[in-house]
Design a protein around this ligand. Structure first.
Ligand code: AMP
Ligand code: ZN
Length: 132
C-alpha cells in the first residue's frame, strides 16, 4: 500500500514536470497560430504555420513557425530536428511558388542578433532579386 502511494507520488511528479509547454500564453506567435491575433496565412499544416511578415524586407517576406513553442532555432534543432528540416522544405515550396525557387532563409537567434520574438521563426525572403 505504501509502495503504491509512493508510486502515485512519483507519477504525480512526472505529470507536473512534463506539463504542456507546447504553447506560451504570452507569446505573440502562439497567439497568431491560435488565431487570437490576425495574420495573413501563406501555408499551414500539422507542424508549421506560415504568414506574411507585417514589416516586409523583400517583395515576399514570410515567417514560418512551428506550431509548438520553441524559443529559438538551437532549441528547435535539439528537440525537434525533423521540424527544422520541414521548415526548409516549406521555405522551398513558398519560393517555388513566388520566385522559381530562389530564397534567403534567416533565423535571428538572440537579442543581439536581432531576435525580437522568442518563438522560433524562419524569415523567408524571396519574390525578387535580393541585394547582397
Ligand atoms: P525577429 O526580429 O527575427 O524576431 O523577427 C520578428 C518579425 O516578426 C519581424 O520581422 C516583425 O516584422 C514580425 N512581426 C511582428 N509582429 C508581427 C505580426 N503581428 N504579424 C506579422 N509579423 C509580425
Ligand atoms: Zn510561442
Amino acid at each position: 500500500m505504501k509502495l503504491e502511494e509512493s508510486e502515485n507520488d512519483m507519477n504525480d511528479a512526472t505529470a507536473t514536470t512534463s506539463a504542456d509547454v507546447s504553447t506560451d500564453p504570452d507569446c505573440l506567435f502562439c497567439k497568431i497560430i491560435a488565431g487570437q491575433v490576425p495574420s495573413t496565412k501563406v501555408f499551414e499544416d500539422d507542424e508549421v504555420y506560415a504568414f506574411k511578415d507585417i514589416n516586409p524586407k523583400a517583395k515576399v517576406h514570410v515567417l514560418i513557425v512551428p506550431r509548438k513553442h520553441y524559443a529559438n532555432v538551437h532549441e528547435l534543432a535539439e528537440k525537434s530536428p525533423q521540424t527544422l528540416v520541414h521548415i526548409v522544405e516549406v521555405a522551398k515550396k513558398i519560393a517555388d511558388d513566388a520566385f522559381h525557387g530562389s530564397f534567403r532563409l534567416i533565423f535571428n537567434t538572440g537579442e543581439d542578433a536581432g531576435q525580437s520574438v522568442f518563438h522560433v521563426h524562419a524569415h523567408v525572403l524571396t519574390g525578387e532579386v535580393l541585394a547582397e
